[in-house]
Design a protein around this ligand. Structure first.
Ligand code: MG
Length: 448
């Protein structure tokens, strides 16, 4: 059977891989999947192709007998929020997240507002590829209408955080969907907001939509020159967050993740979920805050599933996609931004102090060539022999590649590349010598 969905929904180059016909058939497939029809919420980011895909999806959904509420341009987490809020059966977000403007994508959400799991996606693929779609008779075709969910979403997020005073915040939305939420939420929280790249523009003229340190240099300069307390940045659909401290420096994603996981554990007592590739500083901070770390596969859906299964109080990836389950099970950039300010407020310290108080351990990366066809066999043998190769000590985790954690917290992750003929090795330790030695041993193991 063919595949539509990748690690984060459907993604592709517009009018090349991702054509209106695909969106039309997907809409009809989803409508076929949703029993007894029902309401579907549909949102989009401001890409030049989003209206085109919206038109096709609406058409497919209506023809399958579903009603559609279009919420227009909105952050991905606002679509997630809208699904249970409007008692919808499912949600659809049209976005390619941080990808360049010539891409777009489609992400589906279940009736609880959580992104579709791989199992749910497979059911849609079955219908789509088998052509077993079901069009409604003329008198049961659905109805489409608009819904303005943003004021309620903004109210919900702002009411989830409380601050003892206002802060000066620079927000850089990359001209993406976050511009319609984050500046307003910060204002609602009593902050003084300076909004950069906050006009919607599908060409992303201000900066590339991925909030990497290179793309946030301008934000850093502005934060420093305006004497702001913090700079916040999103990707194109605002499910992710990055932060700049008051000195204008981008805070490393691992540090920010560790700080936030510990903050959530301190407030709500419980477990924090993160992925196998996140730094050991997450364990150090969460443990000293009295919590426990649960590791899961890479990807925001895996994190959401693990948060749900473990009843965790927080889930986050080092890419800045964070879940606060007291609000919902969707990575939420505007909420994450508000939580960063709440953390600064509670600590009564500038963000630079918080970040500089965390050790920075060296991470070493390497790769070993391995043909795609042999990856599975090699990984199986690596899993079986890893313990012996590392002198029989440590804890082995095989949920996503093979991760070995040693007693001092140092770890090595061996994971096949999803797209290239390589097996990748990542290692983190308190000294670069030790990290290098772990990578060397892992290379030897893969070589055998
Ligand atoms: Mg995104």
């Amino acid at each position: 059977m063919g595949r539509l969905f990748g690690t984060s929904g459907i993604r592709g180059m517009v009018n090349v891989d991702l054509k209106p016909e695909l969106a039309l058939d997907l809409g009809l497939s989803l409508a076929t999947h949703v029993e007894n029809s029902g309401l579907i919420v549909l949102g989009k980011d401001p890409r030049t192709s989003s209206d085109m895909l919206e038109g096709s999806l609406v058409s497919g959904l209506l023809s399958g007998g579903c009603d559609v509420k279009k919420i227009g341009v909105a952050p991905t987490p606002a679509v997630s929020f809208a699904v249970p809020h409007l008692c919808a059966k499912a949600g659809i977000m049209i976005t390619a997240s941080h990808n360049p403007p010539e891409y777009n994508g489609i992400k589906l959400f279940g009736n609880d507002g959580m992104a579709f799991t791989p199992d749910q996606e497979e059911k849609i693929e079955e219908i789509y590829f088998s052509g077993r779609t079901r069009a409604a008779p003329w008198d049961r075709i659905g109805e489409a209408g608009d819904a303005n969910i943003l004021p309620e979403y903004i109210k919900k997020i702002a009411s989830s955080v409380s601050l003892s005073r206002g802060y000066k915040v620079v927000v850089d939305c990359a001209c993406g969907a976050g511009a319609l939420a984050t500046p307003f939420i910060m204002r609602e929280l009593g902050c003084k907001v300076i909004a950069l790249n906050s006009q919607l523009d599908g060409f992303f003229p201000g900066r590339a939509p991925e909030p990497t340190p290179e793309n946030l240099q301008e934000l850093g300069k502005i934060v420093k020159s305006l004497g702001a307390d913090v700079g916040l940045a999103h990707d194109g659909d605002a499910d992710r967050i990055a932060a700049v401290d008051e000195k204008g420096r981008v805070v490393g994603w691992d540090k920010l993740l560790a700080l936030m996981a510990a903050h959530a554990v301190e407030r709500n007592k419980g477990k924090a979920v993160t992925t196998v590739d996140a730094s050991m500083i997450v364990d150090e901070l969460v443990t000293s805050a009295g919590g426990k770390v649960v590791r899961t596969r890479v990807g925001d859906v895996a994190v959401a599933q693990a948060v749900k299964a473990n009843q965790a109080v927080f889930g986050g990836e080092p890419s800045g996609a964070w879940i606060f389950p007291e609000v919902h099970l969707c990575p939420d950039g505007p909420l994450a931004g508000a939580k960063i300010i709440e953390m600064i407020d509670e600590a009564a310290k500038p963000l630079s102090n918080l970040a500089d108080g965390i050790p920075e351990y060296p991470i070493v990366r390497a790769k070993v060539r391995c043909p795609n066809a042999r990856k599975a066999t090699v990984m199986k043998k690596v899993a079986a022999r890893v313990k012996r190769a590392f002198y029989g000590v440590g804890e082995v985790l095989t949920i996503d590649g093979v991760r070995l954690t040693l007693e001092d917290g140092a770890w090595v992750l061996i994971r096949p590349s999803g797209t290239e003929p390589y097996i990748r090795i990542t290692s983190e330790a308190k000294s670069v010598e030790r990290a290098n030695a772990l990578v060397k041993d892992a290379k030897k193991l893969i070589g055998r």
